[in-house]
Design a protein around this ligand. Structure first.
Ligand code: AVI
Length: 338
């Protein structure tokens, strides 16, 4: 019987930075096939969470952000509204804002509007053309907002490297939505070092992190009564059926969310309802599932407010301010590069 409750083993020889980007629909098929083949043969079986975000997966995630049980987005937008002035002071009107994983552009629009920085230069880094187009549209539609917008269709790493030095006023790097929580500890540390390398002393990092909260609330957020998160998770199998000519029976798998307090993370799994065989022609793979065997599709780490500083400062930042939505248990933290 395969081990289905991993305590420690993270995605072992994973790419240097395990992408958590919510918009990874642009993966080349060859990478999808290679990675799916690799991860599905691990013990426990896994699929990288960035593959959740094809066009349908991204739309389902946007819908999840409206669920009453998933409070991250609303809490963050509210904190941005309340503290935009202070955040804006980190760069001033001649600065620039870089957002990693821009999504719909709503958060950046909120920040710029409320910060009183209507003409700032905004750089959006995202893997999804659709997300970038939507963000540009959102920013263009806001009355009084005249931000110059440059899009970078790239991984976080490549996007950061592509930032021009020439126009670089003071920079605010925004990494929101608790996307950092989809990285395991070594992945998060490596990513934060990359973020720091793209900044100069005095530049700022704005980080959104979801905080530890009662298990009951976490399970409702990741296994919602409407079944949207289950659909978001199962869509990964649909994607493999479409893109890798696989024959997953979607009714043969259940969505399961598990809170692992010892590791401070919610895990999403797809659990095989019975013994079954699945073929993935495009990945040249056949998988025999036992009843109850799972595919681990996502980790979403939750933080203590004080732990955010401990996570980020070793990468070369100093914490300036932290704002917490106590009801949603969500933190927005402003750092300066040192
Ligand atoms: C994008 N990311 C921060 C979300 C999260 O909460 O980990 C993805 C998500 N997974 C299930 N619901 C939302």
């Amino acid at each position: 019987m395969r081990k289905t409750t991993p305590a420690a083993p993270e995605l072992a020889p994973a790419p240097a930075v395990q992408a958590a980007a919510p918009h990874a629909g642009a993966d080349a098929p060859i990478d999808l096939a290679r990675e799916v083949r690799f991860y599905l043969q691990q013990t426990p079986r896994q699929l990288p969470s960035r593959f959740l975000y094809d066009a349908l997966g991204s739309a389902l995630f946007d819908a999840i952000c409206h669920l009453p049980w998933y409070r991250i987005t609303r809490a963050e937008v509210q904190l941005l509204e309340q503290h935009a002035r202070t955040i804006g002071q980190a760069i001033g009107p001649s600065g620039r804002v870089v957002e990693l994983g821009s999504g719909s552009g709503e958060k950046l629009a909120t920040l710029l509007t409320h910060a009183g920085l209507p003409g700032v230069h905004a750089h959006l880094v995202d893997l999804s053309d659709a997300a970038l187009a939507r963000s540009v549209q959102t920013l263009a539609m806001l009355p009084g907002l005249a931000a110059r917008v440059t899009t970078h269709r790239a991984t976080y790493e490549d996007g950061l490297q592509a930032l021009p030095d020439a126009d670089a006023g003071p920079t605010l790097l925004a990494f929101l939505g608790s996307n950092i929580g989809n990285f395991d500890a070594p992945g998060a540390a490596a990513l934060l070092r990359q973020l720091r390398a793209a900044l100069r002393p005095g530049d700022a990092l704005l980080l959104g992190t979801d905080l530890v909260k009662p298990e009951r609330d976490l399970l409702l957020a990741y296994d919602d009564p409407l079944g949207l998160t289950a659909a978001f998770n199962k869509n990964l199998l649909l994607r493999l059926n479409t893109e890798l000519d696989a024959d997953f029976d979607l009714a043969g798998f259940d969505h399961r969310a598990i809170w692992r307090g010892d590791a401070s993370r919610i895990e999403m799994h797809l659990v095989s309802r019975g013994a079954q065989q699945v073929r993935l022609a495009g990945a040249d793979l056949r998988v025999d599932f036992e009843a109850g065997e799972t595919i681990w599709t996502e980790s979403s780490y939750k933080f203590e407010a004080a732990g955010v500083r401990q996570l980020v400062e070793p990468a070369g930042f100093g914490q300036r301010q932290q704002w917490i939505d106590e009801r949603a248990r969500f933190a927005l933290t402003l750092f300066a590069a040192v």
